[in-house]
Design a protein around this ligand. Structure first.
Ligand code: SAM
Length: 216
C-alpha cells in the first residue's frame, strides 16, 4: 500500500491510476451535475493536477488550490495561465479575500483528507465565497453499511485519513448550507468502491464564517 501511495506522488501515474480505476468518471459526473456555464467562475480546492480541467466549459474563470507543489507545477504546465490560475497552498481567508465570488466550487476528493474542524472551516469559507445561485460539489471515499469486502478494503486503505460515513459528511455541511443533495455512488468506478457525493447551496450565513445555524 505504501508503494501505491508513493506512486501517487508521480503525477502521470496518479492520473493513469485514476483512469484505470474509473475514479475520473466520478469527477466528470460531479462537474456535469453542476451544469457550469460559459463565463462562470470556478474554484477547485484540492485540485491536484486537475486532469479533468478540459471537462469545464472553454471560458470559465478557474482558480485551483493544492498543497502539493508537484501537482500544481504539473497543472500550470499542462493547462497554462490564460484560462486558469493554480495556487500552491491552502484556500484560506487571506486567499479568499483576494478572489471574486464563485459560481461553482469543486471539492473533488478533498474532504476525506481534512479533519472535521478543517472541513467545516473550508465549507464555511466556500459558502461565504459562493455567488447567488452557486453550488459546491464534493465527492469522497466513504464507508457504507452495505459495502462488500473489496469496497471496504478500498475505504480502509485510502490515502485520506478521514474517510467517513455519509451521515458524518452530511453533518459537516448541515450547519452551513440550507440545501444539500447527497448520493452514495458505488457503481461508477471499475473496482468496487464506495463514494459519497454532496451538492450544497443556499449558504445559511454567507457573510459570517464563524457563526452557523441549523436549517429548519
Ligand atoms: C485525492 S486528491 C484529489 C485531487 C483532484 N481534485 C482529483 O480529483 O484528482 C486530494 C488533493 O487534496 C490536496 N490537499 C490536501 N489537503 C489540502 C488542503 N488543506 N488544501 C488544499 N489541498 C489539499 C492534496 O495535495 C491532493 O492533491
Amino acid at each position: 500500500m505504501k508503494l501505491i501511495k508513493n506512486v501517487l506522488n508521480n503525477v502521470p501515474a496518479y492520473v493513469a491510476l485514476q483512469k484505470v480505476v474509473g475514479a475520473d468518471r466520478l469527477r466528470y459526473r460531479c462537474i456535469a451535475e453542476l451544469d457550469i456555464q460559459q463565463g462562470n467562475s470556478v474554484l477547485d480546492v484540492g485540485c491536484g493536477p486537475a486532469y479533468y480541467f478540459q471537462r469545464l466549459p472553454g471560458n470559465v474563470r478557474y482558480h485551483g488550490f493544492d498543497t502539493d507543489a508537484g501537482y500544481i507545477e504539473w497543472a500550470r504546465e499542462k493547462w497554462g495561465s490564460e484560462r486558469a490560475t493554480f495556487h500552491h497552498g491552502i484556500f484560506d481567508e487571506a486567499a479568499a479575500a483576494a478572489l471574486p465570488s464563485f459560481d461553482a466550487v469543486l471539492l473533488l476528493g478533498l474532504l476525506h483528507h481534512l479533519s472535521d474542524d478543517d472541513s467545516r472551516s473550508l465549507l464555511r469559507l466556500c459558502a461565504k465565497k459562493l455567488a447567488p445561485g452557486g453550488w459546491v460539489v464534493s465527492v469522497d471515499t466513504c464507508y457504507e453499511p452495505g459495502q462488500g469486502m473489496v469496497s471496504r478494503w478500498m475505504s480502509n486503505n485510502d490515502r485520506g485519513e478521514y474517510v467517513r460515513e455519509p451521515a458524518a459528511f452530511l453533518e459537516l455541511a448541515g450547519d452551513i448550507f440550507g440545501k444539500i443533495n447527497g448520493d452514495i455512488l458505488s457503481d461508477v468506478t471499475r473496482i468496487p468502491a464506495s463514494y459519497w457525493s454532496m451538492r450544497m447551496n443556499a449558504p445559511l450565513n454567507p457573510g459570517d464564517p464563524t457563526v452557523s445555524t441549523h436549517a429548519s
